[in-house]
Write a protein that binds this ligand. Structure first.
Ligand code: HAM
Length: 422
């Protein structure tokens, strides 16, 4: 019997984890600059939270959730996204009473039962941010700017923001009626899933991938023609701020997010890639009714979720040079039993002083130890023989220049400190 990872999941092996660490570090640094604080919520929540929060006509709730009953017969669901859980925590801990706006970020795995393909998995990872308590369109623009700055800091090129407004539930209801009126005569020609959505969530027909449905949808009315003064003014302001911040965006009035909680601003980050499937590296928007929906006070919110798996795929496709820290400062090569014994202590000293070091644990001959040092890209090899040990000395060899010198064993920490810039 051989075991494999479940479909739609993957292992992240040590070499790859280095990339993930670097991406996570960039996210943390950008969040620090924008004054966002990390929050960690459970990986599963009560199913009802997602049904209410994400919306029961969404693909996520209809067919993508990992839902199970625990032994106490409670219905729980592995989180398919991060916003609902963060909003639940925000309400549960009465964070709305604290200083506003509250700016939170998170990083972690999400679960959706989707058809796996390149850039689409059943366990994937999001870096997300959520801001609560501000109606200022400048904060919508700031959320987008943070996402852009993060993607740019990774070296991802050609990222564009697509932006739209999904207005208010009242305006959307009027727009829904018009869409139903428009699509009904074409009903038989629409793709199956579009037909199913016609009366429940007709806006989702607008982002159908089916060619004929797409053709029909191209002639559908635009939400931008239904905005009232307030919605239109809000959208204008967000765009003004984006212009000010020099963020490359395009208005896409067909942009529909796959979650129900949005009001006003909706956006996506799209990378310039050859494989179309994974090009949407993130999305987000404003959700002014969600906190109340989940039992809190009236409290506006705005945020995004970025797909880290897709971003890492995109970095690879664009052949971005990823700075990974895997240098070994010093490999200790020993000759003879006494030196070997001593090296155990020497490594402890060096590691306590902050150096990355290694020695042989496979009883290799000197040649084999030197090879290992080379393979592990050591900057220095410290060679310790019985004779040197008796004299209190050690030979230091720089692998880059080939230079070798003998120093006092007591001076090794100072020696490496001088040679290696921290
Ligand atoms: P979302 O658009 O459903 O939004 O997901 C955000 C991003 O997560 C997507 O753009 C994509 O990069 C990535 N993603 C989604 N599903 C998968 C998958 N199956 N495999 C790989 N990557 C995937 C949300 O989740 C919202 N919570 C975003 C948000 C936060 N809105 C406001 N605040």
């Amino acid at each position: 019997m051989s075991y494999r990872v479940p479909r739609g999941t993957f292992d992240i092996l040590p070499e790859e984890v280095k990339i993930w660490h670097w991406v996570e570090k960039q996210a943390q640094e950008i969040c620090r600059r924008y004054q966002y604080q990390e929050i960690r919520t459970p990986m599963f929540e009560h199913t009802e939270l997602f049904v209410r929060g994400v919306g029961d006509t969404t693909d996520i709730v209809e067919k993508e959730m990992y839902t199970f009953n625990d032994r106490g017969n409670r219905s729980l669901t592995l989180r398919p996204e991060g916003t609902a859980g963060v909003v639940r925590a925000f309400v549960e801990h009465k964070m709305y009473a604290g200083p506003l706006p509250t700016k939170l970020y998170y990083f972690g795995p999400m679960f959706r039962y989707e058809r796996p393909q390149a850039g689409r998995y059943r366990q994937f990872h999001q870096f997300g941010i959520e801001t609560f308590g501000s109606q200022d369109p400048a904060i919508d623009a700031e959320v987008i700017a943070l996402g852009m700055q993060f993607l740019e800091s990774l070296g991802l090129k050609g990222v564009k923001v697509e932006i739209n407004t999904v207005a208010t539930p009242e305006i959307r209801a009027r727009y829904f009626d018009k869409l139903i009126e428009y699509f009904t005569p074409f009903k038989e020609e629409l793709a199956k899933d579009a037909q199913n959505r016609l009366y429940r969530n007709p806006m989702r027909i607008l982002d159908s991938k089916d060619p004929r449905t797409k053709e029909i949808a191209a002639g559908a009315p635009s939400i931008l023609d239904f905005l009232d003064e307030e919605c239109a003014g809000y959208f204008e302001k967000v765009k003004e701020y984006l212009d000010l911040l020099e963020i490359p965006y395009v208005v896409n009035d067909r942009l529909v997010r796959g979650l129900d909680y949005y009001t006003h601003t909706a956006f996506e980050f799209v990378a310039d890639l050859s494989g179309a499937q994974a090009s949407t590296v993130g999305g987000g928007g404003r959700y002014n009714g969600l906190v109340q929906e989940i039992g809190g006070p009236e409290m506006p919110g705005v945020g995004f979720g970025l797909g880290i798996d897709r971003i890492i795929l995109a970095l690879k496709e664009q052949k971005v040079d990823i700075p990974v820290q895997d240098q070994l400062d010093c490999y200790v090569v020993t000759i003879g039993d006494k030196a070997k014994l001593y090296s155990v202590k020497l490594l402890k000293t060096l590691r306590e002083a902050g150096f990355v070091c290694e020695r042989d644990y496979l009883d290799r001959k000197v040649k084999g130890q030197m090879k290992a040092a080379d393979r592990e890209k050591a900057r220095f090899v410290a060679i310790l023989g019985e004779e040197e040990l008796e004299q209190g000395n050690i030979n230091m060899k720089c692998l880059e220049t080939g230079e070798q010198e003998q120093i006092s064993l007591d001076a090794i920490v100072d020696y490496l400190s001088n040679k290696i810039q921290p």
